[in-house]
Design a protein around this ligand. Structure first.
Ligand code: ZN
Length: 161
């Protein structure tokens, strides 16, 4: 992974290198849950804003020199998902404005969704934690600070439950 002298530009490096969620976590030395995605977004050089009553759940503007991420969800767990999903749009998709009403509207959303669950629920971390907590999805979703349904889907995908 290339390293930049200017940390504010790190998102550009990851974008150009097509970095995977696992590579990004390794770069920042994140090996334990929860994955601090809000801190991660700032480290990457993304400005996170929380407008009120925007009419959508989350959005990204990557058309300017600095990316802006907007959150309009309530719980900390949903915020974590929204940040991870928008980071997916930032690193995977053409520059522009993305507005998410449901997070599941088109193919790009599915790619951003996949990126988000890999970032928030890395396979190795989740496998280890699932053994410790004996697949208790309530405890695991608390540990990873993600919405319960997301944890269940990821766990089922990894362990085939
Ligand atoms: Zn989306």
């Amino acid at each position: 992974m290339t390293k930049t002298n200017n940390d504010a530009e790190q998102w550009k490096v990851f974008r150009e290198d097509k970095a995977t969620p696992d590579q990004i976590l390794k770069y920042y030395g994140i090996f334990m849950p929860p994955v601090p995605v809000a801190d991660l977004a700032r480290e990457l050089g993304v400005s996170v804003q929380e407008p009120i009553n925007a009419g959508w759940l989350a959005a990204l503007n990557s058309s300017g020199p600095r990316p802006y991420l907007y959150l309009c969800v309530d719980s900390p767990e949903r915020k974590n998902y929204a940040i991870a999903h928008e980071l997916g749009h930032l690193l995977l998709h053409p520059f522009g404005v993305y507005r998410d009403l449901t997070f599941h509207e088109d193919e790009k959303d599915e790619e951003a969704h996949k990126f988000a669950i890999q970032l928030l629920l890395p396979e190795r971390m989740l496998r280890t934690a699932a053994q410790v907590y004996r697949n208790d999805t309530v405890k695991l979703s608390e540990l990873f600070r993600v919405p319960d349904h997301l944890l269940r889907i990821r766990l089922a995908g990894i362990l085939g439950l």
